[in-house]
Design a protein around this ligand. Structure first.
Ligand code: NAD
Ligand code: IPM
Ligand code: MN
Length: 358
C-alpha cells in the first residue's frame, strides 16, 4: 500500500551528496569497501562506482573516458582507493586517473593531516600524541608532476632525460596563502615552509619571495623556513615543533610518507585533494601495496579517515567526528589490523569501527 508521508516528516539536515567511488587497484579496493560501510552508517550519500583501474585499462585500452573529468565534476566529492599495478609498469592509468584529476579539477591543495591516535603506535622513542599533530599542505598541481620533458636517444648510452619542474607565482601563492588561512582558522601559531632554494636557485627563489610577502599578512603566526633535508631530519628528531607545513608537490609526497610512519604506518594516513568550493577528491596516502593485495590484511583506517575528511569538506563535521571517534576507540582497544598491533583482517577491522559508530 502506498502511504503519503505526513507533512511534518523530518527531512535530513543535508540533502544527499553524490559521491564518485574509484576503488582502483590492489588494496585500494579492499579499504574502500570498508570506508563505504562506515560512510553508509552516516547516511545521506549516494554512491556511484567507477571502474577506472588497471584491470579496466588492460581490458579496454582506456585509462579514463574522454569526458572522464567532466563526469567527475558532476559529483559532490570523489573517494579513491589506490592506483598502481605491476602489469602497468609506466603507471599510465594512475597518471591519468589520479594525477589527471588533480590537474584537471585544479585540486591545488593536498591536505595531509598527521595525527598520532595512540602513543603505542609511535615509532619514535619517548614521543606521545602531544608531539605528533600537524598538517602538511602539499602543492598539488605543479612541480615535477606536470610531466613536461622528454627523452632524447632513449635506450642508448647517449640518452638524455629531461623532467622540468614548474613553479608559478599563482600556484605557489595560493598554496602558501591556504596554509596561513588554515592556521589562522584553526588557532595554530606556527607555519613552516620547506624548499630547496639553496640548490634550486630559480624555482625555489620564487617560493622564498612569495613566502616572505604572504607572511606579512599574518603577524600573529610565526613563519619559519627549513630546507627540505633539514625538515626531514626534524620530522624524526623533533616532530612536536610543527603545526602547519607547506611545501611543493614532490617534497610533500615524500614527507607525508614520513608522516604516515609517525602515525604508526602508511595504513593510518589520510588525505584530501581540495579546491575550496569545488568537487574535491579524497584518498588514503598509501598506494595499492601489491604484496598485501587480496589477502584481507591491509589497514582500512587511512581510507576511513579520508572518508571523514570528505564529510568534513561536505559540511558534515558531526559525522566526520563520529567516524574519527570510532577509529580512535578501535585503535585504543587494538581492534585493528596487524600492521598497527592488532589481529584483525581488513573487513573485521572495518566492522570494529562500524560497530563503534554511535
Ligand atoms: P604503497 O603505499 O602501496 O605500500 C608501501 C608499503 O606500505 C606496503 O608494502 C606496506 O608495507 C605498507 N602499507 C601501505 N598501505 C598499507 C595499508 N593500508 N595497510 C598496511 N600496510 C600498508 O607504496 P608502493 O609499494 O611504493 O606502491 C605500490 C603501488 O601503488 C605503485 O604502483 C605506486 O605507484 C602506487 N601508489 C599509488 C598511490 C595512490 O593511488 N594514491 C599512492 C602511493 C603509491
Ligand atoms: C601519493 C602517491 C602519488 C603521488 C603517485 C601514485 C603518483 O604517491 O598520492 O602520494 O606521488 O602523488
Ligand atoms: Mn605518495
Amino acid at each position: 500500500m502506498n502511504r503519503t508521508p505526513p507533512h511534518n516528516i523530518v527531512v535530513a539536515a543535508h540533502p544527499s551528496s553524490k559521491i564518485a567511488l574509484i576503488p582502483g587497484d590492489g588494496i585500494g579496493r579492499e579499504v574502500i569497501a570498508e570506508a563505504v560501510k562506515v560512510l553508509k552508517a552516516t547516511g545521506g550519500l549516494d554512491f556511484h562506482e567507477l571502474p577506472w583501474s588497471a584491470d579496466h585499462y588492460l581490458q579496454t585500452g582506456r585509462t579514463i573516458p574522454p569526458d572522464g573529468y567532466d563526469i567527475l565534476r558532476e559529483f559532490d566529492a570523489i573517494l579513491v582507493g589506490a592506483l598502481g599495478d605491476p602489469r602497468v609498469p609506466d603507471s599510465r592509468h594512475a597518471r591519468d586517473i589520479l594525477l589527471g584529476t588533480r590537474f584537471e579539477l585544479d585540486l591545488f591543495v593536498n591536505y595531509r593531516p598527521v595525527r598520532l591516535l595512540d602513543d603505542r603506535l609511535c615509532p619514535l622513542k619517548g614521543r606521545t600524541r602531544a608531539d605528533i599533530d600537524f598538517v602538511v599542505f602539499r602543492e598539488n598541481t605543479e612541480g615535477v608532476y606536470v610531466g613536461i620533458g622528454g627523452r632524447f636517444k632513449p635506450g642508448t648510452d647517449d640518452e638524455v632525460a629531461i623532467q622540468e619542474e614548474i613553479n608559478t607565482y599563482k600556484g605557489v601563492h595560493r598554496i602558501i596563502r591556504h596554509a596561513f588561512e588554515f592556521a589562522r582558522a584553526h588557532g595554530l601559531r606556527r607555519v613552516c615552509m620547506a624548499d630547496k632554494s639553496n640548490a634550486m636557485a630559480h624555482g625555489h627563489a620564487l617560493w622564498q619571495r612569495v613566502y616572505a610577502a604572504v607572511q606579512t599578512d599574518y603577524p600573529d603566526i610565526e613563519a619559519t623556513h627549513l630546507y627540505i633535508d633539514a625538515l626531514a631530519m626534524f620530522l624524526v628528531q623533533d616532530p612536536g615543533r610543527f603545526q602547519v607545513i607547506v611545501t611543493n608537490n614532490l617534497f610533500g609526497d615524500i614527507i607525508t610518507d614520513i608522516g604516515g610512519a609517525l602515525q604508526g604506518g602508511l595504513g593510518m594516513a589520510a588525505s584530501g585533494n581540495l579546491h575550496p568550493g569545488r568537487t574535491s577528491m579524497f584518498e588514503p596516502v598509501h598506494g595499492s601495496a601489491p604484496p598485501l593485495a587480496g589477502k584481507n590484511i591491509a589497514n582500512p583506517i587511512g581510507a576511513i579517515l579520508s572518508a571523514a575528511l570528505m564529510l568534513e569538506t561536505l559540511g558534515r563535521d558531526d559525522d566526520a567526528r563520529r567516524i574519527e571517534r570510532a577509529v580512535e576507540s578501535a585503535v585504543h582497544d587494538r581492534e585493528v589490523t596487524r600492521d598497527v598491533g592488532g589481529t584483525l583482517g581488513t573487513r573485521e577491522a572495518g566492522e570494529a569501527i562500524l560497530g563503534r559508530m554511535t
